[in-house]
Design a protein around this ligand. Structure first.
Ligand code: 6PG
Length: 467
């Protein structure tokens, strides 16, 4: 029997889709799942692709079905299941066999595994949901470059394409693939939150119904905001509910779930000293969204906040401009965080390559990412806020962001991510800030010392030091 080129463990939604994608691209694949019935159903429903698939019932049979040196993709839930699966595999493997964790792992776990294992190991971030996994995800690889080169051709074959360019690349050493995927998800949270806030202003401020809001999103998807998330927001807004006969959006509970990747990004940003306030605001907004009962109690005390806003005060074009500004600022933050991690961990991450991988297949794919890839290619160390194309756009749109954030505040419409974007913009464009007061306070109560503008020595104190 011919041996399979690659193996995959874990036939859940993402694993099944990825396995079919690999088979479709002409690679023989062996699969194994903890529950054999799942493997059987998967194989029986694989259609023509079954010819390239070897279903196996035991881990031993699975390992034996693979050509050596083996390459095994794990598509199991992040955390302990990955460790358990690795432990179960190790006694069956030979020294050169490669394990690839393709789940949404925390990059610290990936680092830990790479350091602890003598077995070759890669951590790859896969984005695009089920549809992406089946027909072309974006893939962010991390670990030793030589290991990526062993399987890169398969991963690039199954990845989404932007023109001729595959949206799958090696990011860097260690857990950098999973790190980049986490930042992708942080940006995903922020992009979604910015859209949700603009939706809220249209619904509660302008009194628009879901269908009309869907039409606005459809229009925006024809312009610079063209993106997967704007496209699906239009579809979500337009969907009808068969039960109520009204818009589906009206009956979806306003409490957002989260599996943790956005939170990891916010936590890691603090460790790195990176400023990602729009992403943080989006994570916090999800936390607050879960507290629906408490929000109801507060509304009973303080009254319903969002006030009607007339269309002359808040034209939808202004919302579009604000969203453009918010989006640029949030991506600028994400890329700066990646640069900070690259420097801190010695990863030499290629920012333009990351932007190129995100152009297709992933959840945050958008027309703007192409411009971001070009801007970062010109000057990888420069903030997108300072890149000519994006500074031009921000000059056109930051006024609208200010108007929208102000109108939202004055009318009691919560807009934490838009407001965070504005505060970031204002802070980063202000050379003379106010931290001189903080330094004075720190020195007053703790003699922490400050630097004078006219003297770079670090150990200077105010008159209180003499007391
Ligand atoms: C992707 C997504 C995906 C993520 C879901 C749910 O890139 O395909 O980021 O990996 O798991 O979007 O994430 P939350 O449950 O945290 O919203």
């Amino acid at each position: 029997m011919t041996k399979s080129e690659i193996g995959l463990i874990g036939l859940g939604t993402m694993g099944s889709a990825l396995a079919l994608n690999i088979a479709e691209k002409g690679h023989d694949i062996a699969v194994w799942n903890r529950t054999t019935a799942t493997t059987k159903t998967f194989f029986e429903t694989a259609g023509d692709l079954a010819a390239r698939i070897t279903p196996t019932e035991t881990l031993k049979e699975f390992v034996a079905a693979l050509a050596t040196p083996r390459a095994i993709i794990l598509m199991v839930p992040a955390g302990h299941p990955v460790d358990d699966q690795i432990d179960a595999l190790l006694p069956l493997l030979e020294a050169e066999d490669l394990i690839i964790d393709a789940g949404n792992a925390n990059f610290h776990d990936t680092n830990r595994r790479m350091r602890a294992l003598t077995q070759p190991f890669l951590g790859i971030g896969v984005s695009g949901g089920e549809e992406g996994a089946r027909h072309g995800p974006a893939i962010m690889g991390g670990g030793p470059r030589a290991l990526w080169d062993r399987v890169g051709h398969i991963l690039q074959a199954i990845a989404a394409k932007h023109g001729d360019s595959a949206c799958a690349d090696w990011m860097g050493e260690e857990g950098s693939g999973h790190f980049v995927k986490a930042v992708h998800n942080g940006i995903e949270y922020a992009d979604m939150q910015l859209i949700a806030e603009v939706y809220g202003l249209m619904r509660d401020g302008l009194g628009m119904d879901a269908d009309a809001i869907g039409t606005i999103f459809e229009g925006w998807n024809e312009g610079i905001l063209q993106s997967y998330l704007i496209e699906i927001s239009g579809k979500v807004a337009k969907a009808q509910d068969t039960q109520s006969g009204g818009p589906l959006l009206e009956v979806i509970k306003d409490s957002a779930g989260q599996k943790g990747t956005g939170r990891w990004t916010a936590i890691e940003a603090q460790h790195l000293g990176a400023a990602i306030p729009v992403i943080e605001a989006a994570v916090v907004a999800r936390n607050m969204s879960a507290r629906k009962d408490q929000r109801g109690d507060m509304e009973a005390i303080y009254g319903k906040a969002p006030q009607a806003i007339d269309g002359a005060t808040l034209p939808v074009e202004m919302l579009e401009q604000a969203l453009i500004a918010g989006k640029i600022l949030c991506y600028a933050q994400g890329f700066e965080m990646i640069a900070a991690a690259s420097a801190q961990f010695g990863w030499s991450l290629d920012l333009p390559a990351i932007a190129r991988v995100w152009r297709e297949g992933c959840i945050i794919r958008s027309a703007m990412l192409d411009d971001m890839a070009s801007a970062l290619a010109q000057a990888p160390d420069r903030s997108l806020m300072a890149a000519p194309f994006f500074s031009g756009k921000l000059k056109e749109t930051h006024g609208a962001l200010r108007q929208v954030a102000s109108i939202a505040a004055l009318n009691g419409c919560p807009a934490p991510a838009l407001s965070a974007a504005l505060a970031y913009f204002d802070t980063m464009r202000t050379e003379r800030g106010t931290a001189n007061m903080i330094q004075g306070q720190r020195d007053f109560f703790g003699l922490h010392g400050f630097v004078r503008l006219d003297d770079a020595r670090t150990d200077q104190h105010g008159p209180w030091a003499a007391k």
